[in-house]
Unconditional design. Structure first.
Lengths: 324, 338, 324, 338
């Protein structure tokens, strides 16, 4: 999987990149649709926050990272970690609380998964923790003189947390290697971003920290990748953090099963307006796209089967790992 | 010797869920007093992540039922500031755990500002804190943190265990001129029970409820552990062992009189809560029992609480770290052999 | 005292306003110099954060408020509350922990004082609490349909707290009647603002909240008053909060007694560069100024004597006022 | 029967203040391990508001001794993130109270993240928390909040009471792969005592120190209450009453063995801390003593702690709300009559 992330870093050819992004978006999409069905039919112990429709941001942004870059993901979907290189059956194992998952059923509120080797470092169950955690990781990178950037994903709602302000001021002053990727899907739970933000874009807040604020079309994975690549290069160059806001859409409820009574803007369907997959399709040979769709579907099915076959932990799992 | 009714004799009641009872209390108090208002995340149109405030936005409008963005420090600190200036905020955090996101606002501003200002300020604020395990919410969304509120002077701490108390205690909380941490158990929102219909059914703070009478041993339990203790008591009753089950209902103020009087009869006590056992409210209660009733005790005061681990996310695992009815039963059996 | 605060609100004549501001700055200055001497000679139980040199901001801003407006002051000096109308002996009583103070010796970390009647509501011992408390007070004002504004004082350092971000976003969206007055004295304790801020001015952060950000010369009390008056009118008009940054200087240490080894920009003296008192003197008849100086000096001496004559509380004071 | 040396026999020592001992530990560990670094407010050129880090900026430079702006959530949360990625942060909050400004970062991130991630992450972080009353710092700057750390699993909690322990425990904390809350008493920074000069003088966690041997009663005391308990013991010794004074030094992990062994000899126990008595660490210790040694006790376990009020600002008043040596002496005298 890491071939891709390496590619993300290097100057892979246009077509090659489009094809790879298509592959990744298709993989996320296949998992999203499969989980959508599974969770509605069987439910599971926890909260599934579907990322259907946001695959373009997640694939595009993570594809711009290198293997050694750090990732603090958000709660919406599995795309972040999947593209960073984690195996789908491991992610589903975490979702279903299986010992075969990366955290053995102990990951917090929404699904948590981790893979230090791949730089997948977690997600704050309390929104906004990513900002301070990520800035701290970036401080380590700076202290150790490493060539890494820290990608911090967050939603338009999490952007309101004070931790953003506290971390952003320090990160800007210390010129920490951070790329903030805001998935602005227009909603934080039942609240409209437009009703809760005094400015039109989250990116408008970048000026307060003297950092670049970029708005990009989140449905266009290539555009997202390009923006993050540029921001990451800047950060690697010691010029400090950048804030990239990808405009996207929340197709489903906040969690799968959310009746969304507060919402009248879209039907409760699975169609994705300005579908990132379709947008990419125009850039890749139809035959290859079909093949990738099929492979993605098969991968998802196999992952689900594998995850469901994993055992759950018992008392010994529940009580260990408190201490190092 | 046997179970005690959840509501005093003769009071007119309706069957209501714990969450609906909270909703009724909110509606009644907002109708009664113009100054009462609410804020929190998604409490408006959506009616809250757990549906507790459903309908209130429609009745009272966007000015008195305010959706905030994701800003716990404002939700609590703003409530403090509003309380200083003539209104009575009842705020909701989506999970009690998020009280730690607003730790300064709860433990410094709400708890201390009256005292720091020589009694010239009052902070009539109710912070609604959905607490406890709910099935898969995980380590950062499932804690029982009432002991922190008990340790910091200036905060009243309420833990309703029945729908009737959820209503009566919340109404009392809203009318109290002091800040109140209202730990409503999010795993009990759907539990049904008789709830007084009256507009002024108030359950006073500092009066424990004896949920079941008995003389074999005293079990002090709070929140979700109340039904579990009663279940254990049922089982033991089948063998003629009658437990006295006491629910303090508020731990600040704490009704030790009722507990001590019981222990002086039974000579044995077990304190049970869902919170981590170590340094939990049960430690305080156990310490006070032996301070006040040492020479009446036939055995040490025992405690049950969550293990020294965070709450695992998996719904099966989470039940393994908090006390079960079986564990309560087993502990009492053992305690009775001492 | 409240005549003045009423004047502040109304359109008092130029000369009249200058004279009143001179009176207030002189009163604060007299207390500052007296306390400076007293604390160095006798010390006291607590931390005295001198406001010497910042009198222009405090007098100018508070003079723009009305009697009924609310005030959340900062920790640097007594000027805020003095100008809002509290008696100097009461303020000193609080500083010295006397029962005759407004809080009876129980006010937190730095001196705290309160007078609900005058709208003096306190100061967060933990920096940044003012932002959320003040926004909450402004929400009450809005709910009750009152004609008040909330003035929130804070330093350039406190501006970094996440509470600013959380409160400012909500205040801007709700259009709360708030005037944020930042006393930017260039330092937060041993840290240079210029070394800890990615932008030149705190006011640069206003754009993130879609509110006006105004920079004003904090040594010019008239300019500060004018800026705050304008901001307050805007806020009263329902147009939401404004951020006013007054550039000023920290003449003394962070607390009186701070050796300031970290600092080499100024001598450890009592001279005030661009002295707000001198700047005002040019606007008022010399004779009147001299008379006001004398009156201020006498008031301060009398207040000190009165405060020191106040008894301290005992156990009964220490244990009461926890509950309403 | 008498006082016990603060440092084991034969160890080479120098006379050092408690604050200087902490400074020495920081310097030694930063020399030993390149990965160790510090951040906090004013810890650089200024050497910290209490002067504890003086000189470290000059020796280790601005990269490893970082001044932050006023951002406690970053200081602690950033430390957590840095610890996940290969460095060992030792951060300073100016007052322990400010830990509540970073409540989410301490109690959720530091305490739970290893567990939540199945043990795949480690958080070697030391949070230095100047605790307790210091003379006029007031309600929001004088609290003793260690009980909160004790209640939330995943945090080690350290309370040095002597200069030697301040050094030895901090060095152990920095070498511990787990998050450690290091409650250094800001009222004791200038207290002098013998401090081992060696670079690897480590005081192990979970080993209580018996500060004085006796058989009349056991006094368990932490932090500032250790010297006060010893003072009370001196007075009582003059009359031939010998107290055993035990300083747990760390309350997570907690050495109950030493405490229980002592109580089994003395039959009486008093637990004393500066923190609010209600729901303080003393409640847990008292509860455990009577659980483990009930039948050896001649009297109930008593506790002394701060009254149920915030800390008043006035230096005279603040002493009225925390336990004094006299109060410890009086309590023991009374306990001995039971
Ligand atoms: C501090 C905190 N407050 C509230 C929540 C509850 N919560 C979880 S997700 C969510 C909405 C987040 O919106 P956004 O950041 O835009 O992400 P999205 O769900 O839209 O992807 C909320 C309020 C939380 N987890 N943490
Ligand atoms: C949350 C918090 N962090 C740290 C402190 C300690 N502290 C008190 S004043 C101060 C400096 C404040 O600087 P600024 O806001 O610019 O105000 P100034 O002292 O310059 O007037 C600090 C760090 C505090 N009181 N609260
Ligand atoms: Mg969103
Ligand atoms: Mg400043």
């Amino acid at each position: 999987m890491s071939t891709k992330t390496e590619q993300g870093g290097g100057g892979a050819g246009e077509a090659e990149v489009a094809l790879e992004l298509y592959r990744q978006v298709a993989r996320i999409r296949a998992l999203e649709l499969l989980l959508n069905r599974y969770v509605r039919e069987h439910g599971f112990g926890g909260f599934w926050h579907p990322g259907l429709g946001q695959e373009g941001v997640q694939a595009g942004a993570v594809a711009a990272l290198r293997h050694e870059d750090y990732l603090f993901y958000a709660h919406r979907g599995l795309g972040y970690a999947l593209v960073k290189g984690m195996a789908p059956e491991v992610l589903l194992g975490d979702l279903f609380g299986r010992v075969g998952g990366s955290v053995g059923g102990k990951g917090g509120g929404t699904v948590h998964f981790v893979d230090p080797e791949l730089g997948v470092l977690g997600q704050g169950g309390t929104l906004g923790s990513n900002f301070v955690l990520g800035a701290g990781a970036a401080t380590s990178v700076q202290l150790l003189g490493e060539d890494r950037v820290v990608a911090i994903f967050f939603g338009d709602g999490a952007a309101a947390r004070g931790t953003f302000h506290e971390a952003a001021l320090q990160a800007a002053v210390w010129k920490l290697p951070i790329v903030w990727v805001c998935e602005n899907n227009g909603w934080h739970l039942s609240a409209l971003f437009s009703a809760q933000s005094p400015t039109e874009d989250v990116a408008d807040r970048a000026a307060a920290y003297g950092v670049p604020g970029v708005v990009v079309d989140g449905q266009d994975a290539l555009a997202v990748r390009a923006a993050v690549l540029e921001g990451a290069e800047r950060a690697r160059g010691g010029e400090g953090p950048v804030l990239i806001e990808a405009k996207t859409l929340r197709i489903r409820g906040h969690y799968e099963g959310d009746p969304q009574k507060y919402r009248d803007d879209i039907a409760d369907g699975l169609e994705v307006p300005r579908d990132p997959l379709q947008i990419l399709r125009e850039r890749v040979p139809a035959g290859e796209a079909d093949a990738l769709d099929a492979a993605a579907g098969a991968e998802a099915e196999a992952a689900l089967e594998a995850a469901l076959a994993m055992p759950k932990g018992g008392p010994e799992v529940a009580t260990r790992d408190v201490w190092s | 010797m046997s179970a005690v009714a959840e509501v005093p004799e003769g009071v007119e009641t309706e069957e209501l869920g714990y969450g609906r009872a909270i909703n009724a209390a909110l509606a009644e108090e907002m109708r009664r007093d113009e100054r009462v208002w609410m804020m929190g995340q998604d409490i408006g149109k959506m009616g809250g992540v757990f549906g507790v405030t459903r309908g209130l936005f429609d009745e009272f409008g966007p000015s008195r039922v305010r959706d905030t963005t994701i800003n716990e420090t404002f939700i609590v600190g703003g409530a403090a500031g509003a309380a200083l200036t003539g209104t009575i905020p009842v705020v909701e955090l989506q999970f009690a755990d998020f009280g730690l996101v607003a730790g300064d606002e709860i433990f410094h501003k709400l708890a201390k500002w009256r005292y720091m200002h020589g009694g010239k300020l009052s902070l009539p604020v109710v912070v609604r804190l959905p607490t406890g395990v709910v099935g898969g919410a995980g380590a950062e969304h499932s804690q029982s943190l009432e002991a922190m509120g008990m340790h910091v002077p200036g905060l009243k701490v309420v833990l309703p265990a029945t729908p009737a108390d959820a209503k009566g205690l919340l109404k009392t909380a809203i009318r109290d001129p002091n800040p109140v941490l209202f730990f409503e158990h999010k795993g009990m929102y759907r539990v049904k029970g008789p709830v007084p219909t009256g507009d002024d059914y108030l359950v006073p703070f500092g009066e424990a409820a004896v949920r079941r009478r008995g003389d074999a041993a005293t079990v002090v339990a709070t929140g979700l552990m109340v039904p579990r203790a009663l279940e254990a008591a049922e089982r033991l009753a089948a063998e003629g062992t009658e437990l006295e089950v006491i629910d303090p209902r508020t731990i600040v103020p704490l009704d030790m009189e009722t507990i001590i009087a019981s222990v002086e009869r039974t000579g044995r006590a077990l304190v049970v809560h869902e919170a981590v056992r170590t340094a939990g409210a049960g430690a305080e209660i156990a310490a006070r029992i032996q301070e006040a009733a040492f020479f009446a005790l036939d055995a040490p005061v025992w405690r049950l609480g969550a293990l020294d681990t965070p709450i695992p996310q998996d719904p099966d695992l989470e039940q393994l770290v908090i006390p079960s009815a079986e564990q309560i039963e087993t502990a009492v059996r053992e305690l009775l052999t001492l």
